[in-house]
Design a protein around this ligand. Structure first.
Ligand code: GDP
Length: 444
């Protein structure tokens, strides 16, 4: 997970000052020394660190903190606000053209994750905003790139516009936009060519595509793991081409987070999305405030709620609620619940979004055993329909058969059945209490 070291160090430092009823200038100085080291160690750009410390120091010894009743907490508030500001303040929205299609140009160096991100972005636009994107294969120099995009298009069941690698990218972009108009695709995402280094020829070509397609967004895709290199690439691309946003990929593998904290200040371009894995749904809108919150161990409840809303079917949730009320919840329902929670992402990542999660001892090393869940799923899947609806018929020989079918042991099957039984009992008790409550209310 990104920012591990930084989060640890900052949280320790904040802990020291949190409860203080009085904060002296010396306290602030001491704290800023630690914050400075933490940021430098996280590979945040040197000049960015300097400016950040200056701002936080000035505010921390100012009236808003010193005169407050809880100066310790005020300092933390200042750090959070300035961290948020550093990453761009408000979250930035994705453009919508007055007359569709909205054109998005994806640019970046080879290997940064440009083609993958093109697919992820299209997926997000459809899933979250109900859009109908078309992907455009304009990377004619890396032979595999066109194929890769076509494969992504198939996976997503989305149109991919390609003219092979013998036509100029500028012409491909021109024809793609025409085609999108005809087919009523409201977003056109152009996957342009990458190079190993920034060179003049590449930039000239990108400028030409830009002039012709008049894009609403130009997103630079950079690899978070390359740290300050990513920051320099962003700065150069912005100077030469003009960017509207950065997509920071591979944040899942970047433990330091320096690029995320420096890009906006150095390149003057906000981060709009972050890539958190290889899968097509591993792209998230970048929210500076939520990220600052996570770094300081204040949790990220909003993201958690959004994940739940995106993955839990509302109709199904209502149905389930009714089943719980009438105590007709079956093992099949239980299985479905497990599936929905799993869709939200790895469980340990979810847990880390809870406020105060960092203070729970051992959570850092916690590896939620996803295998355990798979075992439970396998056991339930090995039951017949009747068994799932009426688990009380599962006798010893059935237990043996289920264990064998799922590749688990009989004690594991027993444990699951017992847990399910307990859960049903609890539901019944709760329902009973509700019923009583209702009757009482009715006597008026
Ligand atoms: P391109 O040359 O810039 O088009 O790069 P690709 O899209 O081919 O990606 C290069 C590699 O990075 C591929 O193996 C991707 O699966 C991987 N990748 C892209 N984005 C992410 C991400 O957010 N996290 C991780 N872990 N891998 C990623």
């Amino acid at each position: 997970m990104a920012f591990e070291g930084l989060a640890d160090r900052l949280q320790n430092t904040m802990q020291k000052i949190r409860g203080k009823g009085k904060v002296s200038e010396a306290d602030v100085k001491e704290m800023m020394r630690e914050v400075r080291l933490a940021l430098l160690e996280a590979d945040v750009n040197f000049k960015v660190v300097k400016d950040f410390i200056k701002k936080v120091s000035e505010r921390s010894v100012g009236q808003e903190v010193m005169k407050s009743l809880t100066p310790g907490q005020q300092v933390i508030k200042v750090v959070k606000e300035e961290l948020t500001e550093l990453m761009g303040g408000e979250e930035s929205k994705i453009a919508v053209a007055n007359r569709p299609p909205t054109v998005i140009m994806m640019v970046g160096l080879q290997g940064a994750g440009k083609t993958t991100t093109t697919g992820k972005l299209a997926n997000l636009l459809r899933k979250k905003y109900n859009r109908k994107p078309m992907l455009v294969a304009a990377d004619v120099y890396r032979p595999a790139a066109i194929k890769q995009l076509e494969t992504l298009g198939k996976q997503l069941d989305m149109p991919v516009f390609s003219l092979g690698d013998q036509v100029s990218p500028v012409e491909i972009a021109r024809q793609a936009i025409e085609k999108a108009k005809e087919d009523h695709n409201d977003y056109v995402i152009i996957d342009t060519a990458g190079r190993l280094h920034i060179d003049e020829k590449l930039m000239d070509e990108l400028k030409e595509i830009k002039e012709l397609s008049n894009p609403n967004e130009i997103f630079l895709v950079v690899d978070a793991m390359t740290g300050q290199d990513a920051v320099n690439v962003a700065q150069s691309f912005n100077e030469l081409l003009g960017l509207t946003g950065v997509v920071l990929t591979k944040l899942d593998g970047d433990t330091r987070g320096g690029a995320a904290l420096s890009i906006r200040a150095v390149s003057k371009t906000p981060i709009k999305f972050v890539g958190l894995g290889e899968k097509l749904d591993a792209l998230e809108t970048f929210h500076p405030e939520r990220m600052a919150s996570r770094i300081l161990g204040m949790g990220d409840v909003l993201t958690l709620i959004e994940k739940a809303q995106a993955n839990v079917d509302e109709e199904k949730a209502k149905e389930l609620e009714k089943k719980m009320r009438t105590a007709s919840f079956t093992l099949d329902d239980f299985l479905e619940q497990l599936g929905q929670v799993r869709n939200m992402g790895p469980l340990d990542e979810l847990l880390k979004m809870m406020p105060g999660a960092n203070k729970i001892k051992g959570l850092d090393n916690l590896q939620v055993d996803e295998k355990q869940i798979s075992h439970v799923e396998a056991i339930i899947q090995s039951m017949t329909k009747e068994e799932k609806e009426h688990p009380e018929i599962i006798n010893a020989s059935r237990r043996k058969r289920i264990a064998k079918g799922s590749g688990r042991t009989v004690p594991e099957v027993n444990r699951l059945l017992k847990q399910f039984e307990d859960m049903k009992k609890m539901m019944k008790q709760m329902t009973g209490m509700q019923q009583k409550g209702k009757k009482k209310g009715g006597f008026k």
